[in-house]
Unconditional design. Structure first.
Length: 292
């Protein structure tokens, strides 16, 4: 997902024509002097340019999706005019250009520097949000290691915690939920792997993690069903019924509950008019906090 552009995304105001003329004359004279003194003709000559000109050139490159060049152009703003207000804006814009170029590691380095140097800047909330996005965009398939997903959640939580009223907090909360669902999907993938190998206890532990630690994700109904399935395979019908009760209580209309009911009773779930009731629950379900 493309990040919202930070507040300083705008062109710098143009200088007066008389100033531009004087600046041009100065730059031309300086360039000629440098040319005369240079002994390495193959190297480009350094010419200091007005900060507004450099910044606007970087913005133009960004607008044409020349992200790598834009990042370098924003860096040049800071290099030539490190004490100007535009240099600070250029730092976060350079990080944004790197993000758009999918150079996420470089973007994080740039953002960390901005946060360290300008903790009270008006764009600090955006900096934290952009850092979270850099990790979020790297979330990989559930079959891979999910350390990046955890980093994304941690950094997006910083946005919500530090800047709850910022325009970025709502999207950060949404992405945290999606990242949690992704991690739960990873646990499910591992649990299914163990189940396929008939390593039932290992599989059961994975599915229990989903139910107890990721209880607001979309994977909970299947995780509960798998727990019913494993307890049935292990010859623990009472345990299977107790988990099925939790499943039936919270997801009575789900296909997973229908499968669990059929697995335990050998029958299809009766319709509401037939007075269907889930298998009885007991104290075991009390450990599933918040479900009953």
């Amino acid at each position: 997902m493309t990040a919202e552009r930070p507040i300083p995304f705008r062109r710098a105001p143009a200088r007066s024509s008389s100033f531009r003329a004087l600046a041009a004359a100065f730059l031309i004279g300086g360039a000629l002097a440098l040319s005369a003194c240079s002994s390495k003709k193959d190297e480009p000559e350094y010419v200091e340019r007005p900060v507004e000109e450099l910044y606007n050139e970087a913005v133009d490159l960004l607008n044409t999706s020349s992200y790598a060049l834009a990042a370098k152009a924003f860096d040049e703003v800071e290099r030539q005019h490190p004490y100007s207000s535009w240099a600070t804006k250029a730092q976060i814009m350079s990080a944004y250009a790197l993000y758009e170029n999918e150079a996420y590691d470089d973007a994080v380095v740039a953002i960390n520097r901005f946060i360290e140097l300008h903790p009270g800047n008006r764009d600090i909330a955006y900096a934290y949000y952009l850092r979270g996005l850099c990790y979020y965009e790297q979330i990989s398939d559930v079959r891979r290691d999910q350390q990046i997903t955890r980093l994304a959640m941690s950094n997006l939580r910083d946005v919500v915690t530090r800047f709850p009223d910022s325009p970025y907090a709502r999207d950060a909360r949404l992405k945290i939920d999606l990242a949690r669902d992704h991690i739960a999907g990873k646990e499910m993938s591992v649990g299914r792997f163990y189940l396929g190998r008939q390593d039932y206890l290992a599989a059961l532990n994975r599915f229990r993690v989903v139910v107890e630690q990721y209880d607001q994700t979309t994977h909970v109904p299947e995780a509960l069903y798998r727990m019913v399935e494993i307890n049935t395979l292990l010859g623990l019908p009472d345990e299977a019924k107790r988990v099925a009760a939790v499943l039936g209580h919270n997801f009575p209309g789900s296909d997973w509950y229908g499968d669990a009911y059929r697995l335990i009773t050998g029958e299809k779930v009766p319709s509401a008019t037939e007075g269907a009731e889930p298998p009885p629950s007991s104290s075991w379900t009390d450990s599933l906090t918040g479900w009953l």
